[in-house]
Design a protein around this ligand. Structure first.
Ligand code: EVA
Length: 604
């Protein structure tokens, strides 16, 4: 159990939250001498750096853009004299690991670049005065980090990140930073789960708190009217004639939790919740008991200049583009996104497959290509595995703790394209799934994305999944330009899955072709817009031939930055939209297909 609170900051009569976003100080620390030289007491030679953002794409030299190693951020903040209780600093994330100091004193350390870092400054921050926060961050990759990769050191000592994954190793303070004041005895966490009884809904809740002050919970409808209330740290609220959170037709209630009694509670926390159930039954994925066919995207947090920095504006545009295509779902490939994405998905009625940063467990920068050639790596047979497993489970725990109450999150993805064919892989993922299953109060489906080597007769991990997610590139990495042969091979694999009679849903979590918006050719060639369209038509035919296929999340929503190499033209170009979020021709094909499919509640 996490012993600190990951609750998203709110403002009310018991809590104050102020963002520290803005221009921070920043300095590279290539020799890692900063802490020994006292940089936590003030950076010796800083430049300015926007927060939130990745640092890379501001720079004009390769050495700075591709910097790998330690780097520092610093800023000052004022803590009002009348702040009683606790003072916390909450970073949405720091990529990939960090040590946080307040006024020169180490407060906390955190491993993992895509989940919150919470530093309790209660003892260290000066009330009624200005304080300094210093962050010593590091973006090196290893075989025990998530995501996995390596570091190459050049003869002059310069380090270069060598990801085993296909996205740029963007780093820094990429999400908002909040200064939070909350009571000493506070609401630490809450969870909700739902059952439907005819027109009514039962909302089962638990509240974790410091101390043992009495708990009161109220549920308010969208107009702010109380529809149910209960006392106690756990219990059930009955909502008569409940309005359900439906796919692309969201309805949100407000859950108001108070600690203490009477007019001036000791603590108060409010959150928006959506009443819905999730179930996998046979080959169907059911939301509120009705089957849903998933259609949408694998995405990235990625945009010009910002890198992986969160931007409300970019997220808004992404949702508008997704809605325009008729999508109802996306996967947070290949890491948990900024929490604001989930808040928007809750409001827009999008379904999310929430993915932990377990990507690159294949010891290959080109695993997507190697897979097609049957190349095999013994990833789970190395001495780094115990450290990797502990890290993997810790990040699953933090992800579920952070995201468990979002109605949009209907499934957890615990890996992307690892080696899955050895007994070592099986043992490893059995441990990950067991740990994860014990953590989710809503018992949502668990899955992971499987690449081509995880074939029906070889994979030892699909058995762990409640629905099976396939990443397949027939017609691109396999039999590219030969769509007839690609289709035959694709069907041969699908027939093998069908013969297993697994009676579970299958979802395509990746399929796609690199496509340059400038290229047109009749007849088509690979990389042209026409080829992307023909490839999709072939894929759709195959999907539609197998009734256990219950979803298609195309790779990728938009073009995105990757490491350099002969496989990538200034990034991955498999976007349905360009990196600037304008449609390629194929976007109109998706729109036609997806708008014609039932949104939810009907069979395809
Ligand atoms: C690709 N294929 O080749 C994608 C990668 C992705 O970007 C994969 O899961 O199998 C990976 O990260 O375009």
């Amino acid at each position: 159990m996490l012993n600190h609170s990951l609750l998203y900051p709110v403002n009310n009569r018991c809590r104050t939250a102020r963002t520290l976003d803005g221009l921070w100080k920043f300095q590279f620390d290539p020799t890692g001498c900063g802490a020994a030289q006292g940089w936590q007491k003030g950076l010796p030679d800083p430049i300015s750096m926007p927060v939130p953002a990745s640092f890379s794409d501001f720079f004009t030299t390769r050495a700075e853009r591709d910097y790998c190693g330690d780097f520092w951020y610093e800023t000052e903040f004022f803590v009002p004299a009348d702040w009683q209780g606790r003072v916390l600093l909450r970073f949405g994330s720091i990529t990939h690991r960090a040590v946080v100091y307040c006024n020169g004193v180490e407060i906390t350390r955190h491993e993992g670049g895509f989940l919150p870092v919470v530093a309790d400054l209660t003892g260290a921050a000066v009330r009624g005065g200005v304080n300094r926060v210093s962050v010593q961050a590091n973006n090196e990759l290893s075989e025990s980090s998530l995501p996995c990769g390596a570091v190459k050191t050049l003869p002059n000592g310069t380090k270069l990140a060598k990801p085993y994954f296909d996205f740029y190793n963007y780093s820094g303070i990429q999400r908002s930073v909040w200064l939070v004041n909350c009571p000493a005895q506070a609401i630490e966490d809450y969870s909700v789960d739902y059952t439907l009884e005819g027109a009514d809904a039962l909302v089962h809740y638990t509240v974790r708190r410091g101390g043992d002050l009495p708990v009161r919970v109220r549920l308010l409808d969208a107009e702010g009217r109380e529809v149910a209330a209960a006392e106690g740290a756990e219990g059930t609220l009955r909502v008569a004639d409940a309005r359900l959170w439906q796919v692309r037709n969201a309805y949100l209630y407000t859950l108001a939790i108070t600690l203490g009694s009477g007019e001036s509670p000791a603590d108060e926390y409010t959150a928006r919740v959506g009443i819905r159930t999730v179930e996998v039954r046979g080959t169907k994925i059911l939301i509120n008991g009705a089957p849903v066919y998933l259609r949408g995207f694998g995405k990235h947090e990625d945009f010009d200049v910002l890198g992986r920095g969160f931007s409300w504006a970019v997220a808004k545009r992404d949702f508008e583009c997704m809605k325009w295509t008729g999508a109802n779902c996306f996967r947070t490939s290949h890491y948990p996104y900024a929490e604001e994405w989930y808040q928007m998905a809750d409001e827009e009625g999008f379904l999310i497959i929430d993915e932990v940063p377990a990507v690159g467990m294949m010891r290959s920068t080109h695993n997507f290509a190697d897979a097609g050639m049957g190349k095999y790596t013994y990833f789970f047979e190395t001495p780094t595995v115990p450290a990797l497993l502990a890290n993997h489970i810790a990040q699953v725990e933090e992800m579920i703790a952070r995201d468990k109450n979002h109605p949009s999150v209907f499934a957890w993805s615990l890996f992307n394209e690892p080696e899955t064919t050895s007994e070592y892989a099986q043992k490893y993922f059995t441990a990950v799934f067991e740990a994860a299953r014990a953590l989710d109060p809503q018992h949502r489906p668990m899955t992971g994305a499987l690449e081509k080597n995880s074939a029906p007769n070889k994979c030892r991990c699909y058995q762990l999944c409640d629905f099976i997610c396939l990443n397949r590139y027939y017609g691109w990495y396999i039999s590219g330009a030969e769509l007839e042969e690609a289709e035959a091979k694709f069907r041969a694999e699908m027939d093998q899955w069908a013969a297993k009679n697994l009676n579970v849903p299958f979802v395509f979590t990746e399929f796609g072709t690199d496509t340059l918006p400038t290229e047109h050719k009749l007849p088509s060639v690979m990389w042209s817009q026409e080829y992307q369209d023909e490839y999709m038509a072939m894929n759709f035919k195959v999907f539609d031939s197998y009734d256990f296929v219950q979803g298609e999340l195309v790779w990728n929503f938009a073009d995105f930055q990757t490491s350099e190499g002969i496989m990538r033209v200034n990034g991955n170009k498999k976007g349905i939209f360009t990196r600037q979020r304008q449609p390629k021709d194929v976007a109109f094909t998706f729109k036609r297909r997806w708008e014609a499919l039932p949104l939810a509640g009907e069979e395809k």
